[in-house]
Write a protein that binds this ligand. Structure first.
Ligand code: NDP
Length: 310
């Protein structure tokens, strides 16, 4: 069995190759280099160049080393038709997302940002607490990661709303679905958490029109992809006070340029795309197990639907 591996030279995933070799000792691994068109059974990739996958109809599967497949699907026609694309299912990321989002929601709800600012001025001033019933959290995306975030927030008793493509019925979550459900979902959500895949349908979804539907003094937490946010629209709504604050982990351009106005806006908290990192041990085990499943001719979980874009 021949396996091609690619991760950008800047990525720490390059160092995973030895662990993949140890997890699948029967396979012959090859780090893909420009001009390599030799046969292979599987490809393990993160942000691959088009040339790597172009016309590779010999592949039995393309494994994405992360949960989001937007960078692979963007290859369009360069992606061989009919070859299954398989994404990471949790892989240790769901708990990290739950930690990150819970921290941000509690920070807003318990007014830690305001107290931090007051402390800098040596100001002892208790602020009126928020009513939890007015602090509903709406989660855009109720998949592997979104449902784990919801479970974590449920422990604290926040009213929860969720939005997905297909209608769901989940205990403790007011579930909304599709275009028709988006308006009501947004109007009901004081804190908006975005954990959607980036697809043709979700690109730019956090635009002025949609963000304006959130209640006055809403909060935004984006842990999905920068392409979901229309950054100028968000900045304007924060500056106008409709959005009280935002916590952003992902951006249209990464690293966020030095002169980006978000850096100058104290109500916008920035982290450098760290809300959930692929855990090497979990990711490698999951892919090695799935390669063996495919080798037996069985179907695997985490198959990407190319039409839907995730
Ligand atoms: P899943 O595929 O498990 O879940 C996706 C969810 O989004 C599903 O509930 C799906 O609905 C919903 N959805 C997709 N398209 C639409 C649409 N057009 N309208 C309404 N709902 C939609 O993905 P994961 O939870 O595993 O991951 C989600 C995303 O998180 C990834 O694609 C990636 O971009 C991002 N991510 C970011 C990381 C970071 O470090 N910032 C790390 C890891 C992931 P339905 O259930 O009906 O299919």
């Amino acid at each position: 069995m021949k396996i091609l591996f690619y991760a950008p030279p800047s990525s720490n995933m390059r160092s995973w190759l030895d662990d993949f070799r140890a997890a699948l000792p029967q396979a012959e691994f090859r780090l893909w280099k420009e001009g390599d068109h030799a046969p292979a059974d599987y490809a393990l990739v993160w942000r691959p160049p088009a040339e790597m996958l172009q016309a590779r109809h010999d592949l039995k599967g393309i494994f994405n080393l992360g949960a989001g497949v937007d960078a692979i699907l963007q290859l369009g026609a360069a992606l061989p038709a009919g070859v299954p694309v398989i994404r990471i299912d949790d892989g240790g990321m769901a708990i990290q997302m739950a930690e990150y989002v819970t921290h941000a929601v509690l920070g807003y709800y318990r007014r830690f940002d305001s107290y931090r600012q007051q402390a800098q001025r040596a100001e002892w001033q208790p602020l009126p607490p928020f009513d939890k019933q007015d602090f509903s959290v709406g989660i855009l995306g109720l998949g592997v990661l979104g449902s784990r975030i919801a479970a974590a927030l449920a422990h604290f008793g926040f009213p929860l709303n969720g939005w997905s493509r297909s209608q769901k019925d989940l205990p403790g979550i007011a579930c909304y679905a599709g275009e028709d459900g988006l308006d009501a979902f947004l109007r009901a959500s004081r804190v908006l958490v975005c954990i959607l895949p980036l697809t043709a349908d979700t690109h730019g979804i956090l635009n002025r029109r949609n963000l304006q539907k959130l209640p006055q003094d809403a909060y935004l937490i984006n842990v999905a992809r920068g392409g979901h946010v229309v950054e100028a629209d968000l900045l304007a709504l924060v500056q106008q006070g409709h959005i009280a604050a935002a916590t952003l982990d992902v951006f249209e351009q990464e690293p966020l340029p030095d002169d980006h106005p978000f850096w100058q806006e104290p109500r916008i908290s920035i982290t450098p795309h760290v809300s959930a990192l692929s855990v090497p041990k979990d990711t490698i085990r999951q892919i090695a197990d799935k390669v063996e499943v495919l080798q037996r001719g069985e179907t695997v979980a985490g198959l990407v639907n190319r039409q839907q874009g995730y």
